[in-house]
Design a protein around this ligand. Structure first.
Ligand code: UT7
Length: 302
């Protein structure tokens, strides 16, 4: 389908990225996708929406600049305010892992007890569909978890290297009556320096994963699952080879979903739990990277 309107091929996409299929929002509403993930997470936790006392939503690509998506999800869940705080985070593809760290801090201080963390992205609606460099890579998706005391992180590391031109998307803005309108730096569709992102992703993971594991008093062999951001199978393969860990510890789904930005790790987690590969007590290392350039790692005992 893509090669009908882009100068691309299944062979190029498969060999360079591993992606075979992706899910694209068409008639559905994005907020419904996010709400469905949230509702399923709350049900799996044996709770009801009114038990939730904090909602955090990670999203980069979303029609609404304001109101924030977590307030929309709250309403769609049938929660009638005034209720708990809601907050969106935008840390690109790292948003879910960063949201876990935020949730962990709220649990540790007793400020919240049942935190709904949703990561929902409609990346395909911010791609320029005439640009083969980006549009073949992305898919839409949503994943969610409920965090309660006991789901604490064992270790984490988050870093930002201010290289703000490697992945850029600018929202449309209006020109004010007080300027000529010429040269206003407004909307630009997604532009990405793919090779640079690839290099930085592998380098930051190689630099930080072993270090964060050691800081938790663990070795790489103690980690049961490495849930890596699903952007490109070759990136994940390079990280795995660097860590010299068995393939079975690195589940992948980029082949089926493409890059769903911050939704990719919760989608992996959900599949692992439902297929009973991920069990209570397992040690999970999550690692993601994205625009900024940001990179982050968190280890969780499930
Ligand atoms: O969530 C974070 C978001 N971004 C990423 O994770 C992206 C990370 N980077 C990547 O995954 C890879 O760099 C890409 C998949 C984006 C590109 O793969 P690559 O092996 O780094 O290819 P390249 O950019 O070096 O391009 C090689 C060639 C170029 O042609 P020339 O200059 O050699 O003639 C591109 O124009 O491939 C061409 N190309 C394509 N050809 C067919 C780029 N996109 C396509 C395409 N179909 N879709």
């Amino acid at each position: 389908m893509l090669s009908e309107f882009l100068d691309t091929s299944d062979e190029w996409i498969t060999t360079r990225t591993g992606i075979k299929t992706r899910h694209i929002i068409t008639e559905e509403r994005f907020e419904d996708l996010a709400t469905e993930a949230a509702a399923r997470a709350i049900e799996s936790a044996g709770l009801c929406p009114d038990d939730i006392d904090y909602i955090i939503c990670s999203n980069v690509s979303n029609l609404y600049v304001t109101p924030h998506l977590s307030s929309i999800i709250m309403g769609n869940l049938g929660m009638k305010g005034p209720l708990c705080p809601t907050m969106d985070v935008n840390v690109a593809c790292l948003g879910f892992v960063q949201g876990l760290d935020l949730g962990d801090a709220l649990l540790a201080t007793g400020r919240a007890h049942n935190i709904l963390l949703v990561a929902a992205e409609e990346c395909t609606r911010f791609c320029d569909w005439t640009d083969r460099n980006c549009s073949v890579l992305f898919g839409d998706g949503a994943g969610a978890v409920v965090l309660t005391k006991g789901d604490n992180l064992i270790a984490r590391k988050f870093t930002t290297t201010p290289m703000t031109d490697v992945i850029v998307y600018k929202n449309p803005m209006e020109a004010t009556p007080f300027e000529s309108g010429e040269g206003i730096d407004t909307h630009s569709p997604l532009v990405m320096k793919g090779r640079e992102v690839f290099r930085m992703a592998v380098t930051s993971a190689a630099r930080d994963i072993a270090q964060v594991t050691a800081s938790a008093g663990l070795t790489l062999d103690d980690i049961d699952h490495f849930l890596l951001h699903q952007a490109n199978l070759r990136i994940n393969e390079a990280i795995r080879e660097n860590l010299r860990q068995p393939e079975a510890k690195f589940p992948t789904n980029v082949q089926r979903f493409g890059n769903t930005s911050s939704a990719s790790i919760p989608l992996l987690l959900d599949e692992g739990v439902h297929e009973k590969r991920i069990k209570r007590g397992d040690k999970i290392l999550m690692s993601a990277f994205g625009a900024g350039f940001v990179s982050g790692i968190a280890i969780l005992e499930y």
